[in-house]
Write a protein that binds this ligand. Structure first.
Ligand SMILES: [Zn+2]
Ligand SMILES: [Zn+2]
Length: 385
């Protein structure tokens, strides 16, 4: 096939400035864009030719090559067999020149609301919706990881038509609502005139076609609501508010499109004993005056078995003991367990207890030290360990 002169394709002279080349391309690309000329093969050819010409003339080095050697100088352009998508050039152009003389705005109005938005594939448009589910979990469940069965209603592929939306043997026809374009134009009156907006056609869901004889089970959508039990495997150590997606477990796609996802949001129930900070756990351990003075061993029940806590003799109230690796695990990370010791001061004393404490209070070893500083540092380091 003889190749047409690139300057002729763009309708510019051989000494056109880069600016003139760009403008010419822009004008023609809009005119012959496939979105505006659906099913028009001639327009599509012109669009490809225009894009190809601009790919060469729009770049100074390639243009110089072309001027000297013709099509041979630029590898014969992009003929059949070379991987060349005119849309790539077009997109690239739109990207590079956005903000340049209202280029993108112009495109939006021509192409119908959003340049990229219009480029969504059929599969994307048919994709099923994501479903969201809040999943309350106890700290025990989080500590071990858990498998949960949940019941939910979701759109599944219609068993009767297999998702096509058509009665067996039925066919699809052009949508009469939008005349096959898949979109509806809406004219809005504004102060300075009118604005034309487009939105996907409701009748055909932006497809441009509808099934002639819809499946009686699903009404042509290719899917139906069903209550299902879904098994969720939650790994250990998930955080409150964390979201996990189960791919493909959302709504089935329309007319055979890909399914959406099921998005699970973790809601951690508060625990009666432990508080959580990342993977670390914190628990308060009240001990008596004598235990604090003499030291003790305490068997503490944790989320994963029990652990022996060694409280050293002479421990002060508020001291934090750290048990490494006894917190929550996530993957191969493990947090620590912090035991905050609180010396419990007795409040109701019998006569005998009072007498003994008074006696103890006279001994020099039980006298409290003088007031002093040092609290701020202590609080600052509380969680640093
Ligand atoms: Zn059906
Ligand atoms: Zn339609």
């Amino acid at each position: 096939m003889a190749q047409q002169d690139y300057y002729e394709v763009l309708g510019v002279s051989h000494d056109a400035t880069p600016e003139e080349v760009k403008k010419a391309y822009h004008r023609l690309a809009v005119k012959y864009h496939p979105d505006k000329n659906q099913g028009d093969a001639a327009a599509e050819e012109r669009f490809k030719a225009v894009s190809e010409a601009y790919q060469v003339l729009g770049q100074p080095e390639k243009r110089a090559q072309y001027d000297r050697f013709g099509h041979a100088g630029v590898g014969g352009g992009a003929g059949p067999g070379t991987a060349f998508d005119p849309m790539d050039v077009f997109r690239e152009f739109a990207r590079r020149h956005s903000g340049f003389g209202g280029f993108e705005d112009l495109f939006s109005s021509f192409m119908g609301g959003g340049f990229e938005g219009r480029r969504t594939s059929t599969a994307q448009r048919r994709r099923g919706e994501d479903l969201r589910l809040a999943l309350p979990l106890s700290l025990e469940e989080i500590a071990h990881g858990v498998e949960k069965q949940v019941r939910l209603k979701r759109q599944v592929v219609c068993a009767s038509c297999g998702g096509s939306g058509a009665r067996p043997g039925g066919r699809t026809v052009r949508c009469s609502q939008c005349d096959g374009t898949g979109e509806i134009k809406i004219i809005q009156r504004v102060l300075w005139g009118q604005v034309i907006r487009t939105q996907p056609c409701r009748r055909c869901d932006g497809e441009g076609s509808v099934v002639e004889d819809p499946c009686p089970e699903c009404g042509g959508g290719g899917r139906q609501i069903q209550e299902e039990q879904i098994a969720l495997k939650i790994p250990r150590g998930v955080a409150d508010g964390e979201r996990l997606a189960k791919r493909g477990a959302g709504n089935a796609g329309r007319r055979g499109g890909p399914p959406g996802d099921l998005v699970i949001e973790i809601h951690e129930r508060s625990h009666e004993l432990f508080e959580r900070r990342g993977l670390d756990l914190v628990i308060r351990l009240p001990i008596s005056l004598s235990q604090a003075a003499l030291g003790m061993r305490y068997t503490l029940g944790t989320l994963e078995g029990s652990v022996e806590v060694k409280v050293p003799a002479g421990i002060q109230s508020g001291k934090m003991l750290r048990l490494r690796g006894r917190g929550l695990a996530a993957g191969n990370q493990r947090g620590d367990l912090f035991v905050v010791v609180q010396v419990w001061t007795p409040q109701k004393l019998s006569k005998r207890e009072r007498e003994l404490l008074e006696e103890l209070g006279q001994l020099p070893g039980l006298r409290a030290p003088r007031p002093g500083k040092g609290l701020l540092e202590k609080f600052k380091d509380a969680f640093r360990g």
